[in-house]
Design a protein around this ligand. Sequence first.
Ligand code: ZN
Length: 837
Amino acid sequence: MGSVLLAGQPAVAEPAATPAADAERSHLEHADHADVVRVHLTGSDMLDEVAAAGFDLEHGLTRVPDGIEAEVVATPEQVAELEAMGVRILAEGEGFTWSDEADGGFAADAGARVAARSAAATDSTAATSTSTYSHQATVRIARADWFTTKGQGFLYVEARTTEGAQTNPIIGMQVENDSGPGTDFALARTMSRFIDSGQYMFHRNLFKLDTRPSKIRVTSSTGGVAVGPVSDWLEDGEPPLTDKPGYKWNLVDGYKHPQQLHDRIEEIARENPKIAEIVYLPYKTNGYQRKAQATIGGTGQSAVVVTSAAWGHEGGNDITVEFVDRPGANLPLSVEVNGKAVRVLLAKDSSGALASTAAQVATALKTQSNGLIDRSHPYRTNAGTGIVQPTAPVALTDFLDQKRVGAPEGDVPRGPNTVRVLRIGKHRDGKKPGVLIQAQDHAREWVPATTTLETAERLVANYKTDKETKKIVDNTDIFLIPSNNPDGANYSFYNNASQRRNLTNHCADDNADPGRRNNWGVDLNRNYRVGSAQDGYSGGSFSCTSDTYQGPEKLSEPEAKNIVWLAETYSNIKFFMSVHSNGGQLFWQPGSYKADGRVTTPRPPLGDEMFYWQAASRILSQVKAYRETVVTPQNVGGSSDVLYSSAGNVREDLYHTYGIFSFGWEVGGSVYNPATGNWQGGSFQPPWEGNPELVSGHAETMEYANGIMEMFRIAAEWGKDKKAPTSTLVPGAGRFSGPVDVRFEVSEPATIYYTIDGSRPTLDSPRYKATEFREPGEVFHVTETTTFHWFSVDAAGNIEKNYDPSKADKRNNFNKATITIGDAEPEKPKKPKKDKK
Ligand SMILES: [Zn+2]
């Protein structure tokens, strides 16, 4: 088995010997217990298969040259299931390490061709297309990023070949880098081909380097070449607020369970009434409560599963069930109820032998127990044909009093929970840009909760003394949810540390026995409406015992309804961050696709994509500023572009339904360890102090709170942005003797709408888009005289030159440029067509 990564605390629900009068407890009630294991998958086909089988692979997923490595929370039974699918379970310390070694797979003769061509390589391959608006190149560089962490340099490269989908033979790619301006290319390294859901995505690699290169050259095995500059990634961030003398931080002293989080944010609101208040969300949760249960008589055909009508704490735990053998023959099956004691008098046949089957006893219990027993059935998929044997009274239990080792002191309040939001802002009148930070949708993710609480503490502690904090609080309307899954979080703290989902059990009888109690619940981040599994998107499960169970219908869960309620009630919310752990990733859209053809939810327009990248770079620079933790560019972007599809996630819904910039964050983990030269993964509940340079709940809380603070600054600036963007066509209008490549440039993240037919551009005109996802804007190969009309819109909605695309006016002050091809006198550019009134 792989390593257990849960703060040295066993994830096992230890069945404590709870007093139950003289009744005997069923010996079968150990819940299936799960550990975190690291696995190796051969590729995306296996990934799809494992995900389809209901395993959650969201954390620590890494593409390695021979496949994919990921973390799975699995019971021993599930580990066997994984192994049967061909998944390899990695031992502790085993696994791939990114290094500067070539990783094979590149044909030797291709390497020779690379060498032969290298002298002749130019900045890009010549365009061969004669079509007006297409541009073919065999190799394009999408990213070449340089970053440093803890004294080590890294180069991350992403490149595509237009032949990437070809499989016979597979086209290899190599990358070379120089060692700074004016130096030669050296050391060709093989790149890894990234395939997802059967589709070629791109080639990519992360290399360790000691000197910052200024440019790279990528060569395909068929001879395509591209050369491009190297950019900095998170290299020039501003110092964090935590460096400022007098700035108060480090205000959270350990992990907090939901009661502590709720108490503290209510206290913050009471102590700071001018800038803070609590919003009580309208949809109450299921609650930290369960029905009382027992599985009686083994697991065979004669076993009976019994579930109380009342919640355990409301009387269910007082019920006992006894199967009684009476002397005599020809006796009918019947049930006696005395107070909370249920006695099933088993039937006898004419020879005096016991004659009640499990199915018959289950029906009798449901119908003759005075309403004490709500649900009773044979075990799992059994038909219940076995003859039930007598047993001493068995006490039903909700199992919630069986605390796991290491659980915090105190009792958890039972009954439905009201999720609290701490709202912070000087002007909470709907006029300032709203930012919603939602943590702990997934119960076992404890660091997101402390990160959110630390953020709140810093805002109120520094409001009167720190200028930057005052700017944030005066210019934004912040909504903080430290725990959006309080029931599941309590279950994680008190019962099953690995709990991911909420506590609602939607399982039918075949999975309703208490042995399954750690496998119930809905994955709240699969319960939303856009790109959902119900609509055919990948990455949400229909199985009620899967860790990615999407629920019986869209928005079935109160925790998800509440988020939609917030978005609809506070329409000033324009920014959203769903905070998860662990992995070191920052995501946006698209985050979901249909496996057949890998059709994603709609991609954000280029202006939004640019804005996301710019914001991500600022947020992650502030994270890095704390202790040099680098979230690498391979883990940043549309989540289904860099990780995999998660159907029905909250980000897709809030972005596509409400136009809210919606990020998803995996905090923690993936820290470079200079002592070993490897990247080290984290865990859901790292030791709070831990190793402050590597895996530590405290350090992760502090560094990611820096990042959230930067997100508030971005929102505040967005709210004040009244400056229109400008855009240009490069090269501009003019005469060219032959075909020319043109593209648009913008002064800030902005989306361009354009026409080439002489008409007036509107918001329905074609949008200027990326060549391919994760690449810059497309290049038009213009072969005949063409007039472009266009305007741009920035992320705050400002339109270039205050042009009104909704109606034709006299000024028509959109941009115009004519590219004239050929030596003859140019025709007069056509006048833009007037809109018909
Ligand atoms: Zn999560």
